[in-house]
Design a protein around this ligand. Structure first.
Ligand SMILES: [Fe+2]
Length: 354
């Protein structure tokens, strides 16, 4: 989709470091115009290459003395997934603290940091922090930030609702469950999402633990799934962008991943299929594949006792492990309200089969 809101683009250009937002704040415009979604249909990236990856969580002290310091208050949201954290700034963490953040995220699947200064650090520093967890994905179709293709921008307001356009305007509800860019050969691990403008109520993100979803299955069924591989595809995303005159910065891909993957640090097993990107089970006939995937999706999405929702306040940063969780946005707020958020997506290992 070509964005034609020139006043906001200009505001972006005036503020290349993402700082000084007060000077460029638009009347009724986004609070952080620097991060207005940028779509350059001419932007191109080379195909991805395999890289060596060591998860920073593997270096972490399990006690996490640099992260869970005396002032930190943690509150688990549910037994299986999610912890809310106050009393520490991600921006102030040492390398050891960031390693511990990776481990804690893997253990709790999702961390919600409140009252963070992260959104005001400027693009360079935000990228520097996220890169600690792996080389950053540059999305092949999503809105990014001009000059900083490492950002994925999630933006919705009255005159810009690409989200609904993609989910489909004839859908009863707007949920679209996925793990981010699971079609990549090396999909993401520890992932950062920070909010810039949010509705007073609504616009939460739904999450569930794919590890708990795996654990719930019988040992016999678990055995049947281990060794299976599934295809994850970005073709639908690529087609959507192309049809709407948006960028296709890299060709769409189809990648086989294990249906059950193992976390490289904790050794935990998790289901790794999702309804947005997983298209078929390798080696199965069509009906067999549809049958199994339908069962797995139903099982994961109906398991409300291993689901949570993350709410946003100004300053909230959510960190999740994309290897162990799936999520969906909720488009439950009025169309006239702006929601603006940004994702940084460190890529991780080639998924390890169970
Ligand atoms: Fe996502």
């Amino acid at each position: 989709m070509t964005v034609s809101v020139s006043d906001k683009r200009d505001a972006h250009d005036e503020d290349p470091n993402g700082k000084g937002k007060a000077a460029v704040k638009q009347t009724n415009g986004p609070s952080y115009p620097f991060y207005y979604p940028y779509f350059d249909a001419e932007e191109k990236f080379p195909p991805k290459e395999i890289f060596e990856f060591t998860d920073p969580g593997s270096r972490a002290d399990p006690v996490k003395p640099h992260l869970l310091t005396a002032n930190v208050i943690t509150k688990d949201i549910s037994p299986y997934i999610g912890t809310e954290i106050t009393g520490i700034q991600i921006s102030g963490l040492s390398k050891e603290g960031l390693d511990e953040l990776a481990l804690y995220t893997a253990e709790r699947k999702l961390l919600i940091f409140r009252d963070q200064d992260f959104k005001d650090l400027g693009a360079e520093r935000q990228i520097e922090i996220a890169k600690h967890f792996g080389p950053l994905d540059r999305h092949f179709t999503a809105g990014n930030v001009k000059g900083y293709p490492e950002f994925v921008v999630v933006y919705r307001e009255a005159d810009n609702d690409r989200f609904r356009g993609f989910v489909g305007s004839n859908k009863i509800n707007g949920t679209k469950w996925h793990s981010d860019v699971s079609y990549e050969k090396q999909p993401p691990g520890t992932t950062f999402f920070f909010i810039l403008d949010q509705p007073e109520t609504g616009g939460d993100t739904l999450y569930f633990s794919q590890a708990e979803a795996y654990r719930r299955l019988s040992p016999e069924f678990q055995k049947r799934l281990e060794g299976l591989r599934a295809v994850h595809s970005s073709v639908e995303y690529g087609e959507f962008s192309r049809k709407h005159g948006g960028p296709l910065r890299r060709e769409a891909v189809e990648t086989e991943h294990p249906v059950v993957r193992v976390h490289p640090v904790t050794g935990e097993k998790a289901l790794y299929v999702n309804p947005a990107f997983t298209t078929r089970i390798v080696g199965y006939k069509d009906e067999e594949s549809e049958y199994l995937l339908k069962f797995l999706f139903d099982h994961m999405l109906k398991g409300a006792d291993f689901h949570i929702r993350a709410s946003y306040r100004p300053g909230t940063v959510v960190v999740w492990d994309n290897r162990l969780t799936a999520h969906s946005a909720t488009g439950d707020f009025d169309n006239s309200i702006r929601r603006h958020a940004v994702r940084l997506t460190p890529l991780a290992e080639v998924p390890i089969p169970a």
